[in-house]
Ligand binder design. Structure first.
Ligand code: FO1
Length: 322
């Protein structure tokens, strides 16, 4: 059994790579819900949906989120009414949020609804939210900021939701803090701790350490469970040559006082990961990574390059320390 701690796009690609070499029935993904939001009265779980749509081969290839062959008529109507349209919900994607919201209102928990959605897409793996409870990533603005000419200026120190930072402000504004609202009172979703305790291998996907992996670890019990399995935990660095392949992980690391390199990732992960996989571009940092007490594997990690995803998956599967 293989368990993957997952955020959105990078994790979905890692999972797709792993499924090239292991049977889906052997794989469990524990997915970040800190990016979730309630909008138009709907419960939206971006990372769960990105993982689901990617593994169903239904992801929009241009964006890495949302559905392929999407139409945007409801968004056009929202714009006509002057409603909230900065968070783009396509017409097909809306069906997922309508279904999830209805089922949650009926009393189903997020893990149950996620299982129903992934079954409807015929995914063979198990996809679990890290928690069924409300856990929300909140960031603090480091400088005064307006999201656009028609929105009020928010003062430095103001807290905003993750999607107000990521999508509404195109993650271009500096931040001074990240916290996970509700984390202390949350519980791991059913099956999460067992998936960590019983796995042969636990993979930390190449997702943003601060806003994709950290919210999963913030659910009481999950970090401790990983620490206990440290020798079987292998992480793939989302930072290559000091830059994130996608998203703001490099800037966030620097803004929040971490090293924006594989060394920053090593410092954040060495307590609960025995091995860190870094890209060939960071070969010169291998011994510095090892000085954190981590086993370090250097290989090609850019999964959009031909042949890399399968070889990375094989490396990851053989790479945990024993
Ligand atoms: N990302 C954007 O950059 N702009 C959007 O309008 C947007 C809408 C959206 C709708 C549903 C969904 O599942 C994801 C969506 N994303 C959008 C992606 C999402 O904000 C981020 O990829 C993750 O939260 C970060 O992992």
């Amino acid at each position: 059994m293989i368990t993957v701690i997952a955020g959105g796009v990078g994790a979905a690609r890692m999972l797709r790579a792993l499924l090239q070499v292991v049977d889906a029935s052997e794989v469990t993904a524990i997915v970040n819900v800190g990016d979730d939001l309630i909008l138009h009265g709907l419960h939206i779980s971006p990372d769960l949906d990105t993982v689901t749509y990617t593994l169903a081969d239904a992801i929009n290839p241009d964006t890495g989120w949302g559905l392929v062959n999407e139409s945007w008529q409801s968004r056009t109507m929202l714009e006509q009414y002057g409603g909230v349209s900065w968070f783009g919900l396509g017409d097909r994607d809306l069906g997922t949020h309508l279904y999830r919201t209805q089922r949650l209102h009926e009393g189903a928990d997020l893990a149950t609804v996620t299982a129903e959605i992934t079954a409807a897409w015929n995914l063979g793996l198990t996809v679990l939210p890290a928690t069924c409870d409300s856990l929300r990533t909140i960031v603090t603005l480091a400088t005064d900021d307006a999201a656009g000419s028609n929105t009020p200026i928010l003062a430095a120190g103001t807290e905003i939701s993750f999607q107000e930072y990521f999508v509404q402000r195109h993650h271009s504004v500096p931040i001074s803090n990240v916290r996970f609202e509700g984390a202390e009172d949350s519980m791991p979703a059913p099956g999460v701790l067992d998936a960590i305790e019983s796995a042969n291998l636990i993979v930390i996907a190449p997702s943003n350490p601060l806003v994709s992996i950290a919210p999963v670890l913030a659910v009481p019990g999950i970090r401790d469970a990983l620490v206990r399995r440290r020798n079987n935990v292998i992480a793939v660095s989302p930072i290559i040559a000091g830059a994130a392949l996608k998203g703001p992980a490099d800037r966030m690391l620097a803004e929040l006082g971490h090293d924006a390199s594989v060394l920053g990732v090593a410092a954040l992960y060495n307590e609960f990961a025995g091995t860190l996989v870094i890209d060939a571009a960071d070969d010169s940092l291998k011994s510095a990574v090892e000085s954190f007490g981590l086993n370090c594997i250097v290989t090609e990690t850019i999964m959009s390059k031909p042949g890399v995803s399968e070889s990375l998956a094989r490396t990851v599967l053989s790479g945990a320390t024993t």
